[in-house]
Design a protein around this ligand. Structure first.
Ligand code: HEM
Ligand SMILES: *[C@@H]1O[C@H](CO)[C@@H](O)[C@H](O)[C@H]1NC(C)=O
Ligand SMILES: *[C@@H]1O[C@H](CO)[C@@H](O)[C@H](O)[C@H]1NC(C)=O
Length: 335
């Protein structure tokens, strides 16, 4: 009984205090707060307007990747290059003089025809409804699954941008940046260090041209010597493989076609291909995440799904007066 009264007494005091606190709080600003653009995306965006959209996309991705498995990593990279410049707005797909696609940094991007074929089919089924940016985002999720990676729900409703500038595409990291630069680049897009290390894990599949690593293996930093952070056996192998700039090497030397955490264990053995990969392990700010993923594969796969959704939400165009639904992913609509 005593306890009962005591708690009642305390409750009254707490209520008294809290109402007082609220009374002292400043009035909320009357300026209307707009939700962030990605809040307007939704998983059900095409449920009534194009219910088969996701199915059509995944069928096409499946058929093309079955014929050419190297397309899976290429689509994932294409999505990254789209989102990294002017957000995920399909601007990388525009094919005109001086567009992002024509930039030096875009030279080895692939997968454009697959996106075009998906778009053509979607225009037959639900004309002027599904954006190119959404197609590329969903195709990336499907390509990840086909490579053995995790599933995630893709929120839809991105619109396609009308602006694409080659100079901007050349700002996408190309493998010779320092970690401060990479962290800054990601941060400007709302992605943190965990996202940086997680999304770099895409390099568990796919290939690079030797061009991106020539200086690491032959003439690091103008010294005439290789990068000292390269494992010597790995270096020997790379020297054998890389004679010309356009020769290709796997990004993950051990399991190049499997979506796994070998990318991270490679870094611990000084066998990361790009200098930017290896630096994730040697820099104090990012190495804890590398250690985590190298030892906890399930943490990596679940975080990959989370970070990919974040990547797909970067600077999306979702408001009524922004962007358009392109009819052909290669061109801005004619008015
Ligand atoms: C962190 C900064 C990053 C750098 C510096 C970087 C750099 C590169 C480079 C230099 C290549 C090889 C290009 C070539 O020479 O052909 C490459 C390939 C690739 N990148 Fe990245 N990348 C980064 C982040 C990402 C992200 C965030 C993703 C995906 C979410 C990604 C996915 C890929 C994939 C899948 C490939 C293989 C492409 C193929 O096989 O066609 N990269 N990257
Ligand atoms: C790292 O790169 C940035 C540009 O991305 C540059 O401003 C900075 O000087 C570089 N830092 C070092 C230590 O090289
Ligand atoms: C280039 O080499 C010098 C001397 O070894 C080193 O101090 C510097 O950090 C190197 N630069 C880069 C970008 O690695």
């Amino acid at each position: 009984m005593k306890f009962h009264y005591l708690s009642l007494f305390l409750l009254v005091i707490i209520l008294e205090l809290s109402t007082n606190v609220y009374g002292l709080m400043p009035k909320r600003s009357l300026k209307p707060l707009l939700p962030p653009p990605e809040a307007l995306l939704s998983i059900g965006h095409y449920h009534s307007t194009c219910p088969d959209a996701e199915g059509i996309i995944s069928q096409k991705v499946f058929a093309w990747v079955k014929k050419d498995p190297t397309l899976a990593p290429s689509i994932i990279r294409l999505h990254f290059h789209d989102c990294a410049v002017r957000g995920c707005d399909g601007s990388i797909l525009l094919n005109h003089v001086g567009s992002e696609r024509t930039a030096f940094a875009s030279k080895t991007l692939r997968g454009f025809q697959l996106i075009d074929e998906i778009k053509a089919e979607l225009e037959r089924r639900c004309p002027r409804t599904v954006s190119c940016a959404d197609i590329l985002t969903a195709a990336t999720r499907d390509a990840t699954i086909l490579a053995g990676g995790p599933f995630w729900e893709v929120p839809f409703g991105r619109k396609d941008g009308k602006i694409s500038i080659a100079k901007e595409a050349n700002l996408v990291p190309q493998g010779h940046e320092n970690i401060t630069g990479l962290i800054g680049f990601f941060q400007e897009r709302g992605l943190d260090m965990l996202d940086l290390v997680t999304l770099s894990g895409s390099h568990t599949i796919g290939r690079s041209t030797c061009y991106s690593v020539m200086n690491r293996i032959y003439n690091f930093n103008g010294t005439g010597k290789p990068d000292p952070s390269l494992n010597i056996y790995y270096l020997k192998m790379l020297r054998k493989r890389c004679k010309k700039d356009l020769d290709l090497v796997h990004l993950d030397v051990i399991t190049p076609r499997t979506f796994d955490t070998t990318y991270y264990t490679n870094l611990k053995r000084k066998a990361g291909l790009l200098s930017t990969d290896q630096l994730l392990f040697s820099d104090k700010r990012t190495s804890p995440f590398v250690d985590l993923f190298a030892t906890q594969p399930f943490v990596f796969t679940s975080q990959f799904a989370v970070s990919m959704v974040k990547l797909g939400n970067v600077q999306v165009l979702t408001r009524p007066n922004e962007g358009e639904i392109r009819v052909n992913c290669n061109y801005v609509n004619r008015v």
